[in-house]
Design a protein around this ligand. Structure first.
Ligand code: TXA
Ligand code: MG
Length: 310
C-alpha cells in the first residue's frame, strides 16, 4: 500500500469539489462521490452508464452519521455489531429529513448502507462530514474491479484519482440484506447466507427474483462479454477453462480460481481471472462445476449473470 497522507488529502479535495474518485474496499473497488450532493452523484451515473433507476449503496464510517440518514432497527444493530465494518450492506428506512441526494435512492424511501473494512477508505470516511455513495467502479453490467489497475482499465483518464489499496481481499461484492420488514437477502456476497442465519437464528432466504427490490440484480451483470459455458467437464481446445480442482495435465488455457479447491479463495480470484481471460482474447470460456455452497453459491450466482449477454 503506497498511499501517503497526501493522497487522502487529494481525495478529500476532489470529493469536496463534487468529483468522483476510485476507492479500495475489501469487496471490490468503488466509484465514490459525496452522497449528499446531486451534482457529484449524477457524475457516478454518467461515468458508469448506469440506469438512473438503479440506486446506489452509501458508505459510512460508523453509526453517528448513519443515524442522521436512516432509521435503525434491532436486526440491523445486531448484524452491525458482528459484521461491520465488513462485506455486508443493509437496506434501511430513509429518514424524511435525510440529506441523501435523490439521485442515490431513485426517490425510494429506503437506503442501502455499508461500512467498508479497508484502512484507507475508513481513514477517508472518518475525515469527511458526508457519506460516500459508491457503486462498484466498473461500466454498468461489466466485470467488477478488484485493483487500482482494473479501475483504470474501466475509466482511463475520466477520473482524476484512484486510491491504491492493493487487491481486494474478498474479491466479490457485499451481501445485501433487506431489513425493512422480514429480513431478506437480495444479493449473495462476502458474508455467507448460512452464517447470517445461524447468527440471527432465522431462516432468511435469498430472493433471486429480487430484481424489483434490488434493481441492479438484472440478468446481465459482471460480464466479460465472452461466451461462457457452465458446469463443463472438459473444455474445448481454444477455450479458456476456469478450474478449482487441480488437474494432472497442464495446459495454457487453464485458469485456476484455486488450486486447493478452496471456495473463498476461488471467489477472491473470480473477477481477476475473468479480466485476465478477456485480455488474452479468448472467444469462449468454460467453467468447471462449482459446488453450490458458501462462497461457491456466490461464484455460481455471478457466473450465471456473467453468462447472459446480447
Ligand atoms: O461490495 C459492494 O457492495 C460494492 C462496494 C464498492 O461497496 N458496491 C456495490 O455497489 O456492489 P453496486 O452499485 O455495484 O451494487 C449495489 C446493488 C445494486 O444491485 C442496487 O440495485 C442495490 O444494491 N441497491 C441499492 N440501493 C438499494 C435499495 N434501496 N434497495 C434495494 N437494492 C438496492
Ligand atoms: Mg456493481
Amino acid at each position: 500500500m503506497k498511499n501517503k497522507l497526501s493522497n487522502i488529502k487529494k481525495a478529500i479535495k476532489y470529493l469536496n469539489k463534487n468529483q468522483c474518485i476510485g476507492i479500495p474496499t475489501e469487496t471490490v473497488y468503488g466509484l465514490a462521490a459525496n452522497a449528499y450532493s446531486s451534482i457529484a452523484t449524477a457524475k457516478i451515473f454518467k461515468l458508469k452508464k448506469r440506469p438512473q433507476k438503479n440506486p446506489l449503496i452509501v458508505h459510512y464510517y460508523d453509526l453517528k452519521l448513519l443515524k442522521k440518514d436512516c432509521e435503525v432497527n434491532n436486526h440491523f444493530l445486531k448484524l452491525y455489531r458482528k459484521y461491520s465494518p465488513g462485506p455486508i450492506s443493509y437496506i434501511l428506512k430513509l429518514k424524511q429529513d435525510s440529506l441523501i441526494s435523490k439521485n442515490v435512492t431513485n426517490k425510494k424511501s429506503t437506503l442501502a448502507v455499508r461500512f467498508p473494512n479497508h484502512p484507507i477508505t475508513r481513514n477517508l470516511l472518518k475525515k469527511l462530514d458526508y457519506p460516500l455513495a459508491a457503486p462498484s467502479a466498473n461500466i454498468s453490467t461489466k466485470i467488477s474491479p478488484v485493483s487500482k489497475k482494473d479501475v483504470q482499465d474501466e475509466f482511463g483518464k475520466k477520473i482524476s484519482l484512484i486510491l491504491d489499496g492493493g487487491s481486494s481481499k474478498i474479491g466479490v461484492e457485499s451481501t445485501i440484506i433487506n431489513l425493512i420488514n422480514k429480513p431478506q437477502i437480495l444479493r449473495l456476497g462476502g458474508i455467507p447466507k448460512k452464517e447470517i442465519n445461524r447468527y440471527l437464528k432465522l431462516n432468511i432466504r435469498f430472493n433471486n427474483r429480487s430484481k424489483i427490490k434490488s434493481p441492479g440484480q438484472g440478468k446481465t451483470h459482471y460480464s466479460p462479454y465472452i461466451k461462457l459455458r457452465l458446469n463443463i467437464k472438459n473444455a474445448n481446445k481454444n477455450e479458456a477453462f476456469i478450474l478449482i480442482k487441480k488437474r494432472k495435465k497442464i495446459s495454457k488455457n487453464y485458469f485456476y480460481l484455486s488450486k486447493k479447491n478452496n471456495l473463498k479463495e476461488a471467489a477472491k480470484n473470480l473477477y481477476k481471472t475473468l479480466r485476465k481471460i478477456k485480455k488474452k482474447n479468448f472467444k469462449s470460456i468454460a467453467v468447471e462445476g462449482i459446488p453450490n455452497k458458501g462462497f461457491g453459491e456466490v461464484i455460481n450466482d455471478r457466473l450465471k449473470k456473467a453468462s447472459y449477454f446480447k
